[in-house]
Design a protein around this ligand. Structure first.
Ligand code: 0PR
Length: 382
């Protein structure tokens, strides 16, 4: 396509965009079942649009927005049982995970750094390993799909710069045995990073509702950093990931001096330079508006619906749960999986097809009516 010589009227442009984006599935379409994103909360949208010009890459220009980011990090740290945490709202779980690995690597003196992580880890760690020159050492999973802590221990050596545990795996929503990983990390003096990109905005509320889920946060001394994404179950607009470190030294280890900025010199730890203040303000507004109780209600609905769906799968011939759900993610296998996936997609369902199973994520936009319709289609296809 050519760069246009003459501009077109706004009206024409908007019409054209409307036409092309009408091919997209939207969260209000009632068909997206396999995404970890959702329709952002209306307050967050309002705040995001209102402060669209704020740039936290130059925080001296926007001291109010910087203060709000500090408060967000404070509130997320508190949610994760840490009195004073250090971190940022970043572009997503990928950037958050990369920052954690970067901090661990920069603080180690190994010349051949290695990171031990579960085979269930998100592919963002592959990017981290590649960019940072860190060798990834994959630990085996147990039959319940949590990481085998014994295998993690067996893989520790002098070059190990860190261990990763996952609180809400991408495929199955499983939570690793973080308490044992934390003990192990403490014993060997190795930092533990917890990827709670998805689970961070689920587990604290699910535990308060009485669901039995292992501890995963800074309560455990071995945990030195946590990824927690507001743009997943936090209902914030994209982009909004979160990284929290237990101590300032981790943030310092990845900070680069930006000496000439319009707002004065700053130390910058994020991968992105120019970055949206609007995201941070939207997250702050949401947390303040919903509060712990508001998120508890959202998680309560999602967890109940996922349990109900899991029971329906058990009653469906030729379909099997991969395992009992832990969080609000249910994954199942079927006879002739690829054919079933294709037919469900033809019927307009936005499902996520992993290797060997279909994943349904019970995000806030997923309703009982949608699920009933999906089950009807699934049974028909089967
Ligand atoms: N860590 C975990 C455990 C994740 O599940 C993800 C993303 C990340 C880190 C990386 O987060 P960002 O994508 O924010 O960088 N997991 C989702 C997934 O792979 C991402 C996603 C979201 C994919 C919405 C599709 C989609 O429609 O399922």
């Amino acid at each position: 396509m050519k760069f246009p010589k003459k501009g077109l009227p706004q009206e024409t442009i908007l019409k054209e965009l409307e036409k092309v984006t009408s091919q997209d599935l939207s969260f209000s379409s009632g068909r997206i079942l396999g995404s970890m994103c959702t329709m952002p909360h209306e307050l967050a949208i309002e705040v995001f649009c209102r402060y669209i010009d704020r740039n936290l890459g130059d925080p001296g220009l926007h001291p109010g927005t910087r203060k709000i980011e500090e408060e967000v990090i404070g509130m997320l740290s508190d949610l994760l049982h840490l009195e004073r945490g250090y971190g940022h709202i970043v572009s997503g779980g990928t950037e958050a995970n990369i920052l954690a690995v970067r901090a661990f690597r920069n603080l180690s003196d190994s010349e051949r750094p290695e990171l031990i992580l579960p085979k269930s880890a998100h592919f963002s760690f592959i990017k981290a390993g590649e960019m940072l020159g860190v060798k990834l050492v994959w630990a085996e999973l147990k039959p319940d799909y949590t990481v085998d802590v014994k295998d993690v221990e067996a893989k520790i050596n002098d070059n190990t710069i860190g261990i990763v545990g996952i609180a809400g795996t991408t495929g199955l929503g499983v939570v690793d045995d973080i308490p044992s990983l934390s003990d192990l990390a403490q014993d060997y003096g190795i930092p533990l990073h917890v990827d709670a990109a998805f689970g961070g905005f689920v587990i604290p509320f699910a535990k308060a509702l009485g669901y039995e889920i292992p501890d995963f946060d800074f309560k455990l001394r071995g945990v030195k950093s946590i990824t927690i994404d507001p743009h997943k179950m936090g209902m914030a607009p994209i982009p909004a990931g979160g990284i929290i470190f237990r101590r300032k030294k981790y943030l310092k280890a990845i900070s680069v001096l930006a000496p000439y900025l319009a707002g004065g010199k700053v130390w910058q730890a994020t991968i992105t330079g120019t970055r949206p203040g609007a995201s941070v303000l939207a997250v702050w507004a949401l947390i303040k508006h919903l509060g712990f109780e508001g998120y508890m209600e959202i998680v309560d609905r999602a967890m109940k619906l996922s349990r109900w769906f899991a029971e329906e799968i058990k009653k469906t011939p030729n379909a099997w749960l991969v395992r009992e759900p832990v969080l609000n993610i249910v994954s199942f296998k079927t006879k002739n999986l690829h054919g079933v996936e294709r037919k469900l997609k033809e019927k307009g369902w936005g499902i996520s097809a992993h290797r060997g199973y279909i994943r349904i994520v019970f995000m806030p936009h997923v309703t009982k009516e949608m699920i009933e319709e999906f089950i009807k289609d699934l049974r028909e296809v089967l």
